[in-house]
Design a protein around this ligand. Structure first.
Ligand code: UD1
Length: 358
C-alpha cells in the first residue's frame, strides 16, 4: 500500500526485491491520498515503481473523511484479492486505514517503520503509528528506540524485526542518478552554498503565529546564506491564505520553487550546506549523507538522527534557529555517523523475515 509522498521511496525498494522472488505475488495499491503529479506520478516514474494495480482515488479531506474513504475503498480490494499479508509503511492516514481494514478481514499486517514515537499525540502521525503497531503482526523497525517503545506498549518481542531503513535503500539506489540532475544549475546554486528548506507540518504551517516566527528566522538566515524552499501544496495554500506569501517573496536571498521530484530533491539535499525541515524522513536522509539538519519541531520520533546523526532539534524558537544556523555556517556543527543497518539492504532483510514467516 502507498498513499502519500513519503511512502513511495519506502515501497519502491521493497517491491523490487519482492518481485525478484518467485515465492511472492504482489499487488500495489495507491490510495490516492496524494494525487497531484508532483506528489505522486513523478515519484512513481523516478523510483521505477510499477503503476498501481489498484488506484483508490481518495484525495484530500478532513482526517475522519479521508481515513473513512480509504477504508471503504480498500476493503473492496482486500475482499477481492484475499491477500495473506497487507504491507503498510510509515505513519500517514493511509497507513492506519489500510491496516485496520486488513486486520478486520482477518488478513495479517506488516508495518514497515514501526515503533517510532514522538510522544506528541497532537501530531496526527503519532496516532497513526500507535494504532497501526497495535494491530500489526510483523513490525519492521529502523532504530533501537522503536523496539523499546513497542516493548513498553506490550508488543510481543517475536513480532519485532530490526531490519534497517528502506528509505535509505532507496536513497543509495538513486544517489548516482540524482547526481546527474540539472536542478542546481537551473537554480544557479553552488555546491555547499545554500540551505534547503522544507515545511509542511500542520503545527508549523496551519496558523499564523508559528509561520511568522519561522519567517522571521528565515529572513535572518538568508542574509548569510541563500535558501531554497520547495513548497508543499499545503504550505503554499496556507501562505497565500494567511497573507504571508508576500513576506517570503520580499526576501532577496530566498528562492521559492514548486514541490520537487525525488531525484532533484535528493540532488539538492546532497549538495546543501545544511537542511532546515519539519519532515520525518528528511531527518534520516540528511543523517545518512552526513549533511547538517535543523529540525523545526519540538520533538522527533527518530532520536537516533540526533544521538548519532547530524540532526538537531531547534523547535520554533526563532533565536535558537538562527543561532544554530550560524553555527553551521561558521563551521562549528557536529558531525555524525550512519546508524546501524542503514546500509541499503533493509528490503533484503524484510524478505528474509517473510520467507521464514509466511
Ligand atoms: C501528509 C501526511 C504527513 C506527511 C505528508 C507528506 C497524514 C496525516 N499526513 O500530510 O504525515 O508527512 O503527507 O507530504 O497522513 N494536496 C495537494 N495535492 C496532493 C496532496 C495534497 O494539493 O497531492 C494539498 C491539499 O490541499 C490538501 C493538503 O495538501 O488538503 C494537505 O494534504 P494531506 O494529504 O491532507 O496532508 P499532508 O499535509 O500532505
Amino acid at each position: 500500500m502507498v498513499g502519500a509522498r513519503p511512502n513511495y521511496m519506502k515501497i519502491a525498494p521493497l517491491m523490487k526485491e519482492l518481485n525478484r522472488q518467485v515465492e511472492f505475488q504482489t499487488r500495489l495499491v495507491h490510495t490516492g491520498q496524494h494525487y497531484s503529479a508532483a506528489m505522486s506520478q513523478l515519484f512513481f516514474d523516478e523510483l521505477g515503481l510499477p503503476p498501481p494495480d489498484f488506484y483508490l482515488g481518495v484525495g484530500s479531506g478532513h482526517h475522519g473523511e479521508q481515513t473513512g474513504k480509504i477504508m471503504i475503498e480498500f476493503e473492496k480490494v482486500v475482499l477481492a484479492e484475499k491477500p495473506e499479508y497487507v504491507v503498510v509503511v510509515g505513519d500517514v492516514n493511509s497507513t492506519v486505514a489500510c491496516a485496520l481494514v486488513a486486520v478486520k478481514q482477518g488478513v495479517k499486517v506488516a508495518h514497515v517503520e514501526a515503533g517510532l514515537r514522538s510522544f506528541d499525540r497532537t501530531m496526527p502521525e503519532e496516532i497513526n503509528r500507535v494504532l497501526t503497531d497495535q494491530i500489526s503482526d510483523l513490525l519492521f523497525t529502523t532504530e533501537a528506540s522503536a523496539e523499546r517503545n513497542l516493548a513498553r506498549e506490550g508488543i510481543e518481542k517475536g513480532k519485532i524485526h530490526f531490519v534497517g531503513n528502506l528509505m535509505i535503500d532507496a536513497l543509495f539506489q538513486h544517489l548516482q542518478k540524482a547526481h546527474q540532475s540539472r536542478i542546481r544549475a537551473k537554480l544557479h546554486l553552488e555546491d555547499g552554498e545554500f540551505c534547503l528548506l522544507t515545511l509542511h507540518r500542520p503545527s508549523n504551517v496551519d496558523d499564523e503565529r508559528p509561520l511568522r516566527t519561522i519567517l522571521f528566522a528565515l529572513n535572518e538566515i538568508q542574509k548569510r546564506l541563500r535558501i531554497v524552499f520547495p513548497t508543499h501544496p499545503r504550505t503554499q495554500k496556507n501562505l497565500e491564505q494567511l497573507g504571508l506569501a508576500k513576506i517570503l517573496r520580499e526576501m532577496p536571498n530566498l528562492l521559492v520553487t514548486e514541490a520537487l521530484g525525488y531525484l532533484d530533491f535528493i540532488h539538492l539535499l546532497a549538495h546543501a550546506k545544511f537542511v532546515l525541515t519539519d519532515s520525518g524522513g528528511i531527518q534520516e536522509e540528511t543523517t545518512a549523507l552526513n549533511i547538517p539538519c535543523l529540525t523545526l519541531r519540538e520533538n522527533t520520533e527518530r532520536p537516533i538522527t540526533v544521538e548519532q546523526g547530524t540532526n538537531q532539534i531547534v523547535g520554533s524558537d526563532a533565536e535558537k534557529i538562527v543561532k544554530e544556523a550560524e553555527r553551521i555556517i561558521n563551521g562549528n556543527f557536529k558531525t555524525g555517523r550512519r546508524p546501524e543497518l542503514w546500509d541499503g539492504h533493509a528490503a533484503r532483510r524484510i524478505i528474509e523475515v517473510f520467507l521464514k514467516t509466511v
